[in-house]
Design a protein around this ligand. Sequence first.
Ligand SMILES: O=C(O)C(=O)C[C@]1(C(=O)O)C=C[C@@H](O)C=C1
Length: 429
Amino acid sequence: MHCVNIPPSSSIGFKSSIGSTTTSFNVSHHLPYSPQPNIIIKCVSTTNNFTSGGVGKSRADWQSSCAILASKVESESQNTNKNKTTETTTEQTKQITLLNQKQSNSLEIMPINKLPKPLTIADLSPAPTHGSTLRVAYQGVPGAYSEAAAGKAYPNCDAIPCDQFEVAFQAVELWIADRAVLPVENSLGGSIHRNYDLLLRHRLHIVGEVQLAVNHCLLALPGVRKEFINRVISHPQALAQCELTLTKLGLNVTREAVDDTAGAAEFVAANELRDTAAIASARAAELYGLNILANGIQDDSSNVTRFVMLAREPIIPRTDIPFKTSIVFAHEQGTSVLFKVLSAFAFRNISLTKIESRPHRNRPIRLVGDENVGIAKHFEYLFYVDFEASMADVRAQNALAEVQEFTSFLRVLGSYPMDMTPWSPSKEQ
Ligand SMILES: O=C(O)C(=O)C[C@]1(C(=O)O)C=C[C@@H](O)C=C1
């Protein structure tokens, strides 16, 4: 699967041959992708009631032209699935018949079996369906869980390793990558706070989420036994997720944090460290030539990390599949507003799936009181909330309109499909 990216400011070019006139026009879009990079539309009118250089005289002409154009979008890349084409062709035949009945001018159209599928809302989703391979930035080196999350989110993508989370954000902002995949929370280790801060500092949009079952292994050089180990290195989240098990394994040794799990494995291998073990995936063991001393060493077997996918442009929210929306807000009167905000969701039966608070770095402290009684120093927070509704849902729109009244700052980080994949920890990393 592949797709072609078009900058938000650019447009999809359409060419229309109407009678002797070939008309080119652009449809500007605010979507991350052009699902149909090379679209050629041919339409011949015998009674030419179209103006040259434009599409039609009246709004009705223009609308019917657009309908015809949409039904005749020609794409080389979509003619592979014969069954689908047959279904589509039947649908398109109906559409064309209807259109022909409505139109006074008869249309000479392309052979029906050459007609491609009309664009649907699914074509506008962030999943790569057309064009070149999607480039997905992640933090870490090959074998990191984030790489596996990128593969789960976008099968066949080109995963681009980045040494820092910040770099993954910038890779998308600078068009080096199309998406970034970012861990935000783990069922055992909790939130990855840095990434909440980065979500606010950068202007990317959350366009999806994936939940990855994380199965940690204790890795060491071939021939090294557990008794030789006096240091365990890994990502701080991985160390936290395996804390109790390491102790149970008798590894009450120094634990050192490094940038990512697979990087820890690479470090042990590259430096031929015989006294150090790494916590990383089985894939990292394979990639860096290490042995698995213990498998499944996370403190709970159902260890899941939630990742979000980020893009330069938001996706169109839908209501036909389960959606989640992530927001961040603050208020000048601090936490006192929290109850009101939460009740805006409760009254509309919208479930919250996550609340996170982070220091309000622009205004970290608020002084309350006076000289006589003393001055209290309250910490100021930003609140991150995820709720189970799409921005296309009127309940969510009304809830946010109400939240906006109570808050001094509100930003929608993204509205995106919930990860509803069946639970199969054994199949994952
Ligand atoms: O170090 C990795 O392999 C990562 O992908 C990072 C990360 C994280 O930041 O939480 C991802 C999943 C696991 O929870 C452990 C580490």
